[in-house]
Design a protein. Structure first.
Length: 276
């Protein structure tokens, strides 16, 4: 089965992290993608340019690199990338994460066995610097009904693991501007339109998390984003309006907490440590 891998990269990315990501997509995979679409979201550093050129020389036509003149943000960059994906199925990947060697083979097998599913992802283990220390599980529900219920309160997919039908995502307007939540916004629209979704029970990716992750998830701008999320849920009739308003107040309160406290809440209640 032919499929595309879609990624976006910007100037703050580490060349070493990007190289490790590409090695996991290509060198270590049991099933390689048909094409890799990489969007350069604005000008990059010379070091990143050099690593990307090395991969272009190695993969030739398999790696399609498109350059944007200025940084436009993840959602718009991915929308540009979707224009260049030539296959029915698109697999997302962030340029600092690491695929498990069997990620694509497992997802392709699932597609063949579940032709009615248009969007699905998998589980991830988070790590800071060394992938061998990946032991924090970010779990998401597996079947459609569980995902639909979970989506009322939290994002039901790990974005960097998802695979989706190109035509369905395009039909629904693809990624739309929604600060820090372009993916959640899109998933709600897919679910709201009545399409079937799922998640694999397997860990298929190791996700790199930075020390500043929780700091980025707070403040007034994030509260505005929460309000946009509330309005979308009401529009799609995904959640009871009263419950949606209560949840908005709770989530907004979290956005005003100190980063250290917010981090403890995430790690204690929204993540699970696993022993390898």
């Amino acid at each position: 089965m032919n499929f595309s891998v879609l990624s976006s990269i910007y100037y703050k990315e580490s060349p070493a992290h990007f190289n490790a990501c590409m090695e996991s997509i290509w060198d270590a995979q049991t099933l390689r993608p048909t094409e890799i679409i990489l969007i350069e979201d604005g000008p990059l550093t010379p070091e990143l340019d050099e690593v990307i050129e090395q991969w272009q020389n190695k993969l030739v036509d398999t790696l399609c690199v498109k350059k944007l003149e200025k940084n436009v943000g993840l959602g718009k960059a991915l929308n540009e990338g979707l224009k260049h994906c030539t296959n029915e199925w698109v697999f997302r990947m962030d340029t600092d994460d690491i695929c498990t060697p069997d990620r694509f083979s497992k997802q392709v097998a699932f597609i063949k066995e579940n032709p009615d599913v248009v969007l699905f992802g998998g589980q991830i283990l988070e790590f800071n610097q060394d992938v061998s220390d990946a032991h924090v599980l970010k779990a998401v529900p597996e079947n459609h009904n569980e995902i639909k219920a979970f989506a009322q309160n939290r994002c039901p997919f790990n974005h960097m693991t998802v695979a989706y039908r190109h035509d369905v995502i395009t039909l629904l307007g693809a990624y739309q501007h929604h600060l820090f939540m372009e993916d959640y916004n899109l998933w709600l629209r897919v679910i709201g339109a009545g399409y079937k979704v799922a998640n694999l029970p397997d860990v298929i990716l190791f996700a790199r998390v930075g020390n500043g992750m929780h700091a980025r998830r707070k403040g007034l701008e994030y509260i505005k984003s929460e309000k946009q999320l509330l309005n979308l849920k009401k529009e799609l009739k995904i959640q009871n309006p009263i419950h949606a308003n209560i949840l908005f107040l709770i989530r907004s309160t979290f956005r005003l907490m100190p980063s250290s406290l917010l981090g403890k809440i995430y790690n204690t209640f929204l993540r699970k440590k696993v022993h390898k």
